[in-house]
Write a protein that binds this ligand. Sequence first.
Ligand SMILES: [Zn+2]
Length: 234
Amino acid sequence: MTEELFREDATLLHCEAAITGQGEGGVLLDRTVCYPLGGGQAGDTGWLVAGERRWRITDTRKSKESPGAIVHLIEGEALPAIGSAVSVEVDAARRQAHRRFHTATHLLCALLPYPVDGCSITEAYARLDFHTDEPFDKEAIQAGLTRLVAEAHPVSHRWISEEELDANPGLVRSMSVQPPRGLGRVRVLEIAGVDLQPCGGTHVSNTAEIGAVIVTKIEKKSAKTRRVVLGFAA
Ligand SMILES: [Zn+2]
């Protein structure tokens, strides 16, 4: 198992860790600040550091072979040895882009009351697909987004039991991604008075931190799917 420090504090960009395994294109750690690809959000990149040596983390994934462990993909053959101590550093600019875009997608969920059937959050853009045949008004969505950012709503997470989630099925907005089961608890993300849903991603702590995010495109992906694409203002 890898202790997931990013779940409790998305501002944490550095930690000390031990190499617990090698494989799947990289190394496993006992704890990490790197978010693994999932829930539509891209994995973190960064560096492992031991003394003078640095290894580039090209991506972060959930291990397929060791459930609960996180693989840090490393370029090159000479991996840090199992049992050795390393510092883990997250690429801060990429993390901040993910946090801003990801939180902005929650604001879209608040503005557009339709099930979500696709999501992609990257360093350069975010896109969210809604299951509806309603036409979307780009200017109105932009105005709503700008307002919710300016209103500076606090963003926080907490853990609820699986029973509590089952008692409130309306919490789950996504048709394509279900919250992970079997851990006994589910992480929910709350933007006070705006949005509440299960989410394991990295977010800003106040909507004001999202800053200048713009609706770059509205697309009709299919008869029943409308896509909203977000970018950063130039
Ligand atoms: Zn989220």
